[in-house]
Design a protein around this ligand. Structure first.
Ligand SMILES: [Zn+2]
Length: 280
């Protein structure tokens, strides 16, 4: 029987969980939640793989370079531990060999999170750099035959254009999921037409603008995530988020769609198994 729930985009390997990670993992396991821990740069990608190897069949990993970490100015204390801990302060150059080596591990189910973030990074040279790093990860995903875990903020049009340029040559090979989807229904359709899935976080439990996409998209193309430690759903809003809370996201998707909770829960879990070729 497949697991009850999937948190397909989370960061239980981040420093925010250093004090009580085993408890967080235990609460997820008891709730029936299987998770995919998402890398954002070299060290968090490596840490995601180590956590997956510690919890086989229950935690999986993705490896990649987040667009905001292509620039030096973004330090995320939740990720790397902040005060007292050493962390890279320069923007990372995408090291294909390093990531290719990690991508060959059995626990690695996707490449990313990668993509474009025009919300936090606005200057033109950085945008060129982001696109270059994104393209390298798309090429790695095609080479490894793994899906992309896409992060996209204020750049849906540009992301679609880049993906389209690969579809012309690699039609059957490229696949992916757009995490924390926050675009319009028109933008959603462009991704769905490419066969890309969309995943939603706890933000849907307290913000209304996601309803149209969640209602209109085929249920087979949706997945649930927490993006923990960020954006905890109601009733945990404002606290540190964790994978066990993905249940609130699943409930809300069922409520928005007006469909039975059991049907939505089961379909979302099946979608994750199918999409990431999991064998939990
Ligand atoms: Zn994330």
């Amino acid at each position: 029987m497949p697991p009850k729930f999937f948190d397909i985009h989370t960061h239980a390997h981040f420093a925010a969980f250093d004090e009580d990670r085993d408890m967080v993992m235990l609460r997820a396991r008891e709730a029936g939640v299987v998770m995919i821990n998402v890398g954002t740069q070299k060290d968090t990608s490596h840490a995601a793989v180590l956590l997956a190897e510690k919890y086989p069949g229950f935690a999986y990993a993705t490896i990649g370079l987040h667009p905001i970490h292509t620039e030096p100015s973004f330090h995320d204390t939740e990720e790397l531990g902040g005060v007292g801990k050493e962390f890279t302060s320069r923007g990372e150059i995408f090291d294909t060999d390093y990531y290719r080596k990690l991508a060959k591990k059995d626990s690695v189910v996707a490449i990313g999170e990668c993509g474009l973030d025009y919300f936090r990074i606005t200057n033109p040279e950085s945008r060129i750099k982001q696109e270059d790093v994104f393209r390298k990860q798309i090429e790695l995903a095609i080479e490894m035959d793994k899906p992309l875990m896409i992060h996209c903020r204020d750049a849906y049009k540009e992301t679609i254009e880049i993906l389209n340029s690969y579809f012309i040559i690699h039609n059957s090979k490229l696949r992916g999921n757009v995490h924390f989807f926050a675009g319009t229904w028109d933008e959603a359709k462009l991704f769905l037409n490419l066969g890309f899935t969309l995943s939603f976080t706890g933000v849907i439990t307290f913000a209304r603008q996601y309803g149209e996409v969640i209602k209109n998209a085929p249920l087979d193309m949706l997945m649930s995530e927490t993006d923990a430690p960020y954006v905890a759903p109601e009733p945990y809003r404002g606290k540190r988020n964790e994978p066990a809370y993905v249940i609130e996201v699943v409930k809300k998707i069922a409520e928005i769609r007006g469909e039975s909770y059991e049907k939505v829960r089961e379909t979302l879990a099946r979608n994750a198994v199918r999409f990431f070729h999991l064998n939990p």
